[in-house]
Design a protein around this ligand. Sequence first.
Ligand code: PHE
Length: 363
Amino acid sequence: MDLALLPPEVAQAHGSFPAALAACADLDGLMRLKGAFVGREGSHAARLMELLKAAPKEEKRDLGAAINTLKNVWEEGLKGRQAELEAARKQAAALGNAWDPDLPAPCPPTGALHPLTRLMDRLVDVFRPLGYHVEEGPEAETEAHNFDGLNIPEDHPARGSADTFYFKEQALLLRTHTSPVQVRVLQRIAAVGPDGLSELERAGGIRFLAPGRVYRKDEIDPTHSPMFHQVEGMLVGKGIGMHHLKGTLAYAMKALFGPGAEVRFRPSYFPFVEPGAEMDVRCPLCGGSGCRVCKGSGWVELLGAGLIHPNVLRLAGIDPEVWSGFAFGMGVERTAMMVSQTPDLRLFFENDQRFLKTMGGLD
Ligand code: PHE
């Protein structure tokens, strides 16, 4: 091919074509190069065609042949480079999706403990350093453990089928509180071993928490649910008085709500304690000035408590002249609602991820 036949700019462009082609890093760049060399208008090829048209007849043949050769070189070059760039793009995309053994394995989203479970765990953590361990009892209980052993009289309203879920066929009920665990543990530690000593005597006392579900025939509303949670606590020792109970609970509430937490005790009645009390904490939301959560009183009731009634010890086979103790039962949902400022108890049971992901404010 005779480059001398071509205008000098075209000859020069042709000389730099291979380098320009190699410099195209992507298909966009290549399309621009294609436009400049073989595009319909304004390209080198278009210029050459005009040149051909204007050329004298006797030159047309040679010039035409040279132009064709040139266009072929360009077109082939562009096609080849396009194929290369397309292959590279495919390979990059494939690599992007490929399994990379150096990356950590993709994990399914991890689960998390329910906010109520976390709160109960926290309570257990607060009491563990004080020597408390965890005890459990069945949710399907006997009347003997749920009522009789707790000194609850035959005619007590809680025994009625209006308040308690009874099983039709068996002599069982769904426990209405975690206090039957008191009875189970007292009976167990009262049993005398081969050495003639009870577990209670051998250990010199006992202290435990019993977290769990309880059931009452309540309609579901923002503050009631037929299933809810309590954490029972009990300590049996010698010479135990209200001061031990108050000191223990005041300490626990500070550990739970912060060092500024204040508690107060009001006299109350439960058949299985004497004296009995209810404990309030200074509303952690308003600090006592009065708000929606504490209903303007500045205090929130958290638990029932008292010194173990001598009858409860006696019924379990423990001598109340020797042993004494305290017990308390704390409402978990009530505490959770307060801590997390959740106005509706049902949120804890509906399992809406948006609520649970915030841990109900209990992080
Ligand atoms: N069992 C009581 C209730 O459910 C709470 C309580 C426990 C009170 C232990 C005193 C002692 O309301």
